[in-house]
Ligand binder design. Sequence first.
Ligand SMILES: Nc1ncnc2c1ncn2[C@@H]1O[C@H](COP(=O)(O)OP(=O)(O)OP(=O)(O)O)[C@@H](O)[C@H]1O
Ligand SMILES: [Mg+2]
Length: 402
Amino acid sequence: MAAISMKNIVKKYGDGFPAVNDVSIDVADGEFIILVGPSGCGKSTLLRMIVGLEDITSGEMRIGDRVVNDLAPRDRNLAMVFQNYALYPHLTVYENIAFPLRLAGEKDDEVDRKVRDASATLELDEHLDRKPGNLSGGQRQRVAMGRAIVRDADAFLFDEPLSNLDAKLRGQMRTEIARLQRRLGITTVYVTHDQTEAMTLGDRVAVLKRGVLQQLATPRELYTQPNNLFVAGFIGSPPMNFLPATVEGDQVSLPFGKVRIPQAKAERVQGRGLLIAGVRPEHFEDADVVGKPGDGSTFRAKVDVVEWLGNESYAYIPFEAPPEVQAQLDQLERDLDGEAMRTQLVVSLDGASRIREGDEAELWIETDQMHLFDPETGENLTLDRKVEDNEQATLEHTATDG
Ligand SMILES: Nc1ncnc2c1ncn2[C@@H]1O[C@H](COP(=O)(O)OP(=O)(O)OP(=O)(O)O)[C@@H](O)[C@H]1O
Ligand SMILES: [Mg+2]
């Protein structure tokens, strides 16, 4: 097993378009890293450069302590599992798993030991004599992984391995891959555009947009501390709400009225004019259900549609956004591959809420969960960690402003 280190990796294809643009990611030995982002953001290209199927235009790729930029794929000792598992239909499961060992000319008893080890781990013992054509999608997936395991590779690389499977099997296989990776402790890089896979499988997740790394963080940090509008909009379903906002003192003016935010947050955005506020649907609630506002604020709004799902419901509340904010949200919608960033608030309400369509409802908002973004750059101006990292800078900034 080995760590993988990518330093300032660039890939330009023939037409000069940077498919991967200055990406640096360090994958620790045994770590499970996810590459995620909309179609065309460079995920597969980056993975293929790790394996050696694609030349690196510039930058340095290391596996363990070797620079592998000019190393042929077969000399990198990595195992790649593709979307279509590429099993040999005429060979048994046993021989499919044994294939790389036979290729390497290993002795029969050595081959047998390794195949049986892998098949026990993957629970394929009773299928060893069968042909791939007679197996389920999940079983075929495991055979493909078995072939990767017996090679004793330094790392596993997956490119959307589950995208051909139906939703139920995808869920099962996701759990199985997670369990297997933990058990084997093998360094893994996994490409997907499915945010559920990204959030549930990875130790850390790298979010890419048009070849540029936007954020590399644990799933929890991505969710609670997104660097910018793109990451905030990409992670989470239904997505984070984005609203026009202006801040004066600790008061934020939203289309529905004013709410109060924590002092520390307010200080970081004083005098910044029009901003974009980001609040996830679950950080709203029916004010009657919450009882007392606590740390949050309440406001009144006319509810357009309510979707009741049993354990919770979603209420939809349209609003108007000024052109600057609208333009940024339209751009975000294009970046996110058409994920709708419409100017309507989506709020998640407790199943017990009595709010109905057409109601002028009183809603509660958990304001310390609110993010404020720069409408031009999309940067999150209210990240918690900025308080620690840039405490001095922030203090100086407020001093000169005052
Ligand atoms: N052989 C190629 N020649 C020229 N451009 C390419 C080539 N392969 C990919 N690209 C371009 O590089 C960019 C990244 O492609 P890549 O396949 O890495 O995207 P991806 O993130 O894997 O997308 P998807 O989710 O659709 O698989 C795209 O804009 C694509 O058009
Ligand atoms: Mg791809």
